[in-house]
Design a binder for this molecule. Structure first.
Ligand SMILES: NC(=O)c1ccc[n+]([C@@H]2O[C@H](COP(=O)([O-])OP(=O)(O)OC[C@H]3O[C@@H](n4cnc5c(N)ncnc54)[C@H](OP(=O)(O)O)[C@@H]3O)[C@@H](O)[C@H]2O)c1
Length: 305
C-alpha cells in the first residue's frame, strides 16, 4: 500500500512511519521536523498553508492517509482555541473531503479525552462530553471527518512510546526524571488505557488491511492510574519507585480541566478485527526492549538537523 502519514515529527506519526516502512511505501509529512531518513519519504509542509493538502495528495497518490498532525498539547489548546480549532477540526475536515474525492481512504486519529470521565467505562455508543478545548476541537474533528468521508476510520487512542524530542510521552517523562533521580508526582485519581505506539501501529495496519470503517476505540485492554503507570516504568527500568510521590490531580494546578477516568471499552475492535489490544505489562515490556535495542536514538535521529 501507499500510505501518507501526517505529523511524522511527532510521537505517533514518527513511530507509525518507521513501523510501516518495511511493508509499505510510506510518505511522511511534518511542518517543523526536517527528517533525515531512508526508511520513508519525508516531506516538509505546513498543512494549513493554502493548497498544501491538495498538492501533497496529488504528489503522493496514497491508498491510505493516516492523519496524526494536530495540536495535541492540552494546555496550548486552552491558551489558543482558534489555533486548536484550525488544526484539530478544520484541517481534518479539509483532508477528509480531499481524500474522499481522490478515492483514497482516511484513518483519522482522535482521543479518549472526548469523554468527561465520570463513567466507569465508555463504548463507542456513549455520548461524548468534552471538558476542555482540546477535547472539544478533537470531537468536532471526528464529526467533520465522518460527515465528509463516511468510510473513514476514526480511532480514539491513548499512547506512550519513544518520541523524536525524547520528551513527548508520559512514559518518557517518567523515564527521564527517574533516570536523573528527580522527585516527581503521579496522579492516583486519573485513569487511562495507554498503548505503546509500536503496538498501535500493528493494530492500525491490521485495521487498514481489513478495510474497517467508522469509529473505534483503539486503546489498551487494561486501565491504570497515571501513578501506577509511573511505578510500572520505574520497576521495569530498575529505578527507585519512591521517587514518585502519589498525589491527586486536584493538587496539580493544571490549566485545562482533565477527565478523571478514560477507561474505554475495546469490544468493538476485538469483534471486528479479531485481535485483543495489548494489556499494560506487555506494552511496557516492549517499551523496555526497544530501549535496549537503541530504538529511542533511531526515533530521535529523525528530527536532528
Ligand atoms: N500523545 C498522546 O498521549 C495522545 C493521546 C490521545 C490522542 N492523541 C492524538 O494522537 C495524534 C498524534 O499525537 P502526538 O502525540 O503524536 O502529537 P505530536 O507529538 O504533537 O505530533 C504532532 C506533529 O504534527 C505536526 N503538525 C502540527 N500541525 C501541523 C501542520 N499544520 N502541518 C504539518 N505538521 C503539523 C507537529 O508539528 P509542531 O511540533 O510544529 O506542532 C508535530 O510534529 C493527535 O491527533 C492527538 O490528538 C495523542
Amino acid at each position: 500500500m501507499r500510505i501518507l502519514i501526517t505529523g511524522t515529527g511527532g510521537l505517533l506519526g514518527s513511530n507509525l512511519a518507521l513501523e510501516a516502512a518495511s511493508n509499505h511505501t510510506v510518505f511522511g509529512v511534518d511542518r517543523s521536523c526536517p527528517q533525515k531518513t531512508t526508511a520513508f519519504t519525508p516531506l516538509v509542509a505546513d498543512l494549513l498553508d493554502p493548497g498544501a493538502v491538495e498538492s501533497i495528495l496529488d504528489d503522493t497518490q496514497p491508498d491510505w492517509v493516516i492523519h496524526c498532525a494536530a495540536q495535541a498539547n492540552v494546555d496550548a489548546c486552552e491558551h489558543d482555541p482558534e489555533n486548536a480549532r484550525e488544526l484539530n477540526t478544520e484541517l481534518p475536515r479539509k483532508l477528509a473531503r480531499h481524500v474522499a474525492r481522490g478515492g483514497a481512504r482516511l484513518l483519522h486519529v482522535s482521543t479518549d479525552a472526548v469523554f468527561d470521565g465520570h463513567k466507569d467505562e465508555y463504548t463507542e455508543d456513549d455520548l461524548p462530553n468534552p471538558v476542555n478545548v482540546y477535547a472539544q476541537t478533537k470531537l468536532a474533528g471526528e464529526n467533520a471527518v465522518l460527515e465528509a468521508a463516511p468510510d473513514a476510520i476514526v480511532a480514539r487512542i491513548n499512547i506512550f512510546g519513544w518520541s523524536p524530542t525524547g520528551k513527548r510521552s508520559l512514559a518518557e517523562f517518567f523515564f527521564n526524571n527517574l533516570a536523573a533521580g528527580n522527585q516527581i508526582k503521579g496522579f492516583t485519581d486519573v485513569f487511562f488505557c495507554p498503548v505503546l505506539v509500536n503496538d498501535i501501529a500493528d493494530l492500525f495496519y491490521q485495521m487498514l488491511a481489513k478495510g474497517l470503517r467508522g469509529l473505534y476505540h483503539v486503546v489498551s485492554s487494561e486501565n491504570v492510574s497515571k501513578y501506577d503507570f509511573g511505578i510500572a516504568i520505574a520497576r521495569k527500568f530498575d529505578f527507585d519507585p519512591e521517587l514518585i510521590t502519589p498525589i491527586s490531580v486536584t493538587q496539580a494546578g493544571l490549566q485545562a480541566v482533565r477527565s478523571p477516568n478514560l477507561t474505554l471499552q475495546v469490544d468493538k475492535l476485538i469483534n471486528d478485527l479479531g485481535v485483543v489490544p495489548p494489556a499494560l505489562s506487555p506494552g511496557i515490556e516492549r517499551f523496555y526492549t526497544l530501549y535496549q535495542q537503541d530504538y529511542p536514538q533511531v526515533v530521535r535521529s529523525l528530527c536532528l538537523e
